[in-house]
Design a protein around this ligand. Structure first.
Ligand code: PRX
Length: 655
């Protein structure tokens, strides 16, 4: 086994050539749905050549209230999947399982951070969803209305989502770590008039005051008519008469009978906000039929799901991973899902391993940033626990560095479990490039090959495919069922952002290269988007929160390599006249960003500067700032720089 060597390509540099290959074990392949590379290739070729046939077959496994007349109607950039079909996502995740032996199977096994345990069967989950759907109706929610969900990771978060789906309301989940300001923006953009939240949630031994954040967000807002509050922590909270109601009180007024709406396949299922390269988060819109078929099929094949699996996806429900692989994908497959509310290191850094041992988790899907944190905390935390139930591991969110992959493989998978490194995005809805565990030979650090139906390619600036080994833009050349249907309220931005960069293709915003086996190696974002702990942060978004601080005149944000988080946030800041740089001000500004966006966006470092390096036309030269932030020596062309002395000062760290 040779280690890594280095290589540079013309368009994007990539420094890692990894030669270690891990083939699926024979006994795993034998039992897997797709048991060989040849089988994968055959089915992949069919799925790309005849998507109607492949996706039609997958869709038939779900429950349709009316069958579609056409699988795909495609007019770039607008796709309609399963045209004319009617279905309901909650029926597919719940009712569909009640006829047979899954009725009393555990759908959700939940553990709260303080240690409470709950097991909810499919029958019980169905009942709770129906009741909450009736609560929504009672509180004025109608088909097509947007409902903002701001919850801790409790089963009620999934119940709220599925209840929206049941009545055709569009949920927009806001991650519980986001701030009041973020709620405000998302409320304004989505036009939601009802919020579902909780008094609080537990995180690292503390209570996160969710309801209080909602109260702040609603100051001066009279568009929101109702806030439904789930009692999780018993925290003393404000209840606004006429606006706020308790979830448990509302339950007294509703029945458990709620027939599901018959929804058009293209009916919107949810909006989820994500960062782009401008300051304004984009409301990514997903539809019902295509999204459900995509998440259903990928969960089934990529996790090679079996009836007896105990499946655990550690993502929060506020991210796309929580939507697709904690709720819709696994529940549509009738899986038993573990859900854990809190931090991985509470009360001790072995909490995840303890959960795996306690519940006999068989499939464990997590993020590289978490793996790097586990590595740092130490192997002894794993050795105390029996991890022998595990049979498959997965990662998502950012490129996994080969050391982290190897550590995961050895210490968690005990060299026995395949690892599926899944590349996808909020916009793609479901896995796009990923190994199939019984079929694909893996190399640490590559997401390997495209999933069924996915026609991925790497192209240069002119849109021509680059030769293997060279870097370029990662694009998808054909529509796929779970693709976004648009950006909420912004048709032009949708076309411009995704379908204009490369003619005829969807542009992912990522750079990648392929090796000689055809594996895709993602090298990171091409646009001004950071990936911090597996989550996207637009530099412009952080910059606009920085300049909203009264002492900040101008700001530029760049990423720098970070051992745990993948990328750390470095902010270069110039101050308004009359304000003096200092440690106290740095702290205030960091806190200000955390309040404006959420702790995830808090700059790791603030560097005050007299001026930012700009071109003569006034564009900030981020490339140079990145080199400074990463402690590298300055290279490349600086001839367009307006004032060279700025750079010297910045590199010396002078304020
Ligand atoms: O840059 C890629 C990176 O995360 C981006 C998508 O971020 P988001 O929409 O927040 O969704 C994250 C969860 C799906 C991608 O454009 N990314 C995600 N997964 C991987 C990855 N980069 C490399 N390898 C992955 N497995």
């Amino acid at each position: 086994m040779s280690k890594t060597t280095s290589k540079a390509s013309k368009t994007i540099e990539s420094h890692l050539i990894e030669n270690r290959v891990f083939k699926p074990a024979a006994d795993f392949s034998k039992k897997a749905r797709i048991g060989s590379l040849a089988e994968y290739r055959k089915l992949h070729a069919e799925s790309v050549k005849s998507p109607d046939k492949f996706w039609g077959r997958e869709a038939k496994e779900l429950h349709w209230l009316r069958k579609w007349t056409k699988v795909l109607d495609w007019k770039l950039p607008n796709a309609k999947w399963f045209v004319g079909g009617k279905l309901n996502a909650s029926v597919n995740c719940l009712d569909r399982h009640l006829e047979g032996p899954r009725a009393n199977k555990a759908a959700i096994i939940w553990e709260g951070e303080p240690g409470e345990k709950r097991v909810i069967t499919y029958r019980q989950l169905h009942r709770e969803v129906c009741k909450f759907a009736n609560i929504l109706k009672r509180n004025g929610v109608k088909k097509g209305d947007r409902v903002l969900v701001y919850m801790p990771l409790v089963p009620e978060a999934a119940i709220a989502m599925l209840a929206c789906a049941r009545i055709g309301a569009v949920h927009s989940v806001v991650f519980g770590g986001f701030s009041a300001e973020s709620i405000k923006d998302r409320l304004a953009d989505s036009g939601a008039r009802v919020i579902v939240t909780a008094d609080g949630g537990y995180r690292r031994g503390q209570i996160v005051s969710l309801k209080q954040n909602v109260d702040h967000a609603l100051k001066g807002n009279d568009a929101v008519k109702r806030v439904i509050v789930f009692r999780r922590t018993n925290l003393d909270i404000h209840i606004e008469p006429g606006r706020d109601v308790w979830w448990h009180r509302e339950l007294e007024y509703v029945s458990a009978d709620c027939p599901a709406e018959h929804l058009d396949s293209e009916h919107p299922l949810f909006i989820l906000y994500t960062s782009g390269s401008t300051g304004k988060p984009k409301g990514i819109l997903h539809s019902t039929g295509g999204y459900l078929v995509g998440t259903y099929a990928s969960t089934k094949y990529v996790f090679d799901l079996k009836e007896e699996d105990v499946y655990w996806c550690t993502a929060d429900i506020g991210w796309i991973t929580g939507h697709s692989y904690l709720v819709y994908g696994p529940l549509a497959n009738g899986a038993t899902c573990l859900m854990y509310e809190g931090a991985p290191n509470w009360p001790e850094p072995d909490r995840f391993w303890k959960l795996i041992a306690d519940y006999g988790v068989t499939i464990f899907y997590t993020a590289p940033t978490a793996i790097r944190a586990f590595m740092k905390w130490g192997d002894h935390y794993l050795q105390k626990h029996d991890l022998s139930s595990l049979r498959l591991l997965g990662t998502v969110g950012e490129p996994i560095n080969p050391e982290a992959w190897m550590w995961f493989h050895k210490n968690v998978g005990h060299e026995r479990c395949p690892i599926v490194d899944t590349w996808w995005q909020t916009e793609t809805g479901a896995h796009m490039i990923t190994p199939l565990p019984g079929a694909t030979p893996c190399k640490p650090g590559t997401a390997t090959l495209p999933f069924f139906g996915i026609d991925a390619a790497i192209v240069d600036d002119q849109g021509n495919e680059v030769p293997h080994g060279e870097g370029g833009k990662l694009v998808i050349r054909k529509p796929w069922p779970s693709m976004l249907r648009g950006i909420w309220g912004d048709k032009t931005r949708y076309r411009k952002q995704y379908w204009s960069e490369v003619k005829g293709a969807y542009f992912t915003g990522d750079g990648a290269r392929r090796d000689k086996e055809g594996n895709f190696w993602i090298v990171g974002r091409i646009d001004d988007v950071l990936n911090v702990a597996g989550h996207r942060l637009g530099t412009a978004e952080v910059e606009s929160s920085l300049v909203s601080h009264p002492s900040v005149a101008e700001a530029a944000v760049v990423g720098r390599p970070d051992e745990i988080k993948g990328q750390g946030v470095v902010a270069f800041v110039t101050l308004r006249s009359g304000h003096r740089p200092g440690e106290k001000l740095k702290e205030q500004i960091r806190k200000h960003v955390a309040e404006a966006i959420g702790p995830i966006a808090k700059p790791d470092e603030i560097r005050f500067a007299e001026m930012l390096p700009k071109t003569r036309s006034g564009k900030i030269m981020r490339r140079l700032l990145k080199q400074i932030a990463g402690g590298q020596s300055l290279t490349g062309d600086t001839s367009t720089l307006e004032d060279l002395s700025v750079l010297t000062k910045l590199s010396k760290g002078e304020e």
